[in-house]
Design a protein around this ligand. Sequence first.
Ligand SMILES: [Zn+2]
Length: 150
Amino acid sequence: MTDPVITDLRRELEKARLALIDSQSHLAAHAESNAALHCATTVMYSPLHAKVTAAIGQIEHALTRTEPNEDQAEDYTTRLIAGVLADLDRCDHGRHAADPCGSCGGQSAGNQLLPPGRHIGHGVHANPIYVPQPADRWKPEAWRTPPAHT
Ligand SMILES: [Zn+2]
């Protein structure tokens, strides 16, 4: 259950669940204020409130059923990240920067698209992400450290 599609679907289900919880609160408050307005002794919740409550339960059941197994999630993430990181220093001909490459004319020229120090993106708090030196690519903090020369 660690397929990226399932992860995306779970994220969308979670958003729907939160929206439905807000709707449920709104509908309940509406029903309770109507009861108070009419001095009723019981609150009559609408059929829509019941449908929203049922939908929340169904979403929670689906989220529980698709919960990733921790070992599988770690294994998938590790394989994904390690596989991509391991390839980031390869030259256009597929040779690691430290290896000989006949097409580069001696040692591999490495990845010319992502030279160390290049600003390649941002994190969730707009913190920049930089390509670290090849020796530091396995250190998570190195991707968040600005290059020394800028
Ligand atoms: Zn090459």
